[in-house]
Design a protein around this ligand. Structure first.
Ligand code: HEC
Ligand code: HEC
Length: 209
């Protein structure tokens, strides 16, 4: 009889960011270190520059934590808010810790951040459908298969700031930032006014499907 070792499974487990889904229960204790900024329910805190993360895609959360750990995010000159996450991600000492805290956060009920901007929702919808929806989903709820995050849980101020970072090469600029590079290209296609309208449209979509 032939026995084939499960090489594919091993490969998946060994690649950070692609690791098997984490254990949310074990992640709860780790999340205690995140509450001061992201809040008990993961809704974020604009005054502390910390985005809403509850209900975000698990694979996206894990990838961002790895990107902070590996210096692909938060290390570019001028990225002061990104830099705040570096010691936090470093505290998650191994792949299990990253996977488990990501699983815990992803399982929290998504929250709808309060709107902080006003814009033209109808124009925002047109722009979003044309430029963003193919990857982020028609209502901005994200698409795991395309590695895109939910845009409805993060907060409008954070959305606008992050697109600005992609535009200014403070994010998605690292040579190994495969997915960040995709977004950096797209970010360069929108103006500030257009982005305000897009954010206004996303504010109308509700946090979750
Ligand atoms: C001192 C405040 C602070 C603490 C504590 C903190 N964070 Fe953050 N976090 C931030 C800030 C600020 C950002 C926004 C970074 C940026 O502007 O690019 C952020 C961003 C993130 C992101 C990226 C979200 C996205 O949508 O891209 C994740 C994921 C994250 N934090 C997870 C965690 C986890 C998990 C912990 C606990 C282990 C934690 N954070 C602790 C301040 C904090
Ligand atoms: C080609 C696919 C693609 C298109 C089109 C696209 N994005 Fe993205 N976007 C991504 C990917 C992939 C990421 C995750 C990047 C990473 O992992 O760092 C992302 C990340 C983001 C983030 C960061 C969210 C966070 O939590 O930090 C924002 C904001 C964003 N996109 C907004 C937009 C907007 C607005 C548009 C339309 C103008 C758009 N995207 C179009 C692929 C795309």
């Amino acid at each position: 009889m032939n026995f084939r070792p499960p090489i594919l499974l091993l490969t998946v487990l060994l690649i950070p960011g692609l690791a098997a889904a984490g254990d949310a229960e074990s992640g709860e204790a780790l999340y205690a270190a995140c509450i001061a900024c992201h809040g008990e329910n993961g809704a974020g805190n604009a005054a502390l520059n910390a985005p809403g993360i509850a209900g975000q895609s698990e694979s996206y959360l894990a990838r961002q934590l790895w990107d902070f750990k590996n210096g692909r995010r938060g290390k570019e000159p001028g990225d002061t808010t990104g830099a705040q996450m570096l010691p936090m991600a470093a505290m998650l000492t191994d792949g299990d810790a990253v996977a488990n805290v990501a699983a815990y956060i992803a399982a929290m009920p998504a929250t709808q951040p309060a709107a902080t901007i006003e814009g033209d929702v109808v124009n925002g919808q047109k722009l979003f459908t044309g430029k963003c929806g193919a990857c982020h989903g028609g209502q901005g709820w994200g698409n795991e298969a395309l590695f895109t995050p939910r845009l409805t849980v993060i907060g409008d101020w954070y959305l606008i700031r992050q697109v600005g970072k992609f535009q200014e090469s403070m994010r998605g600029a690292h040579e190994d930032s495969t997915y960040g590079k995709q977004m950096a290209m797209m970010a360069k296609t929108v103006s500030e006014d257009e982005l305000t309208d897009i954010a206004a449209f996303l504010n109308e979509q509700g946090a979750q499907q």
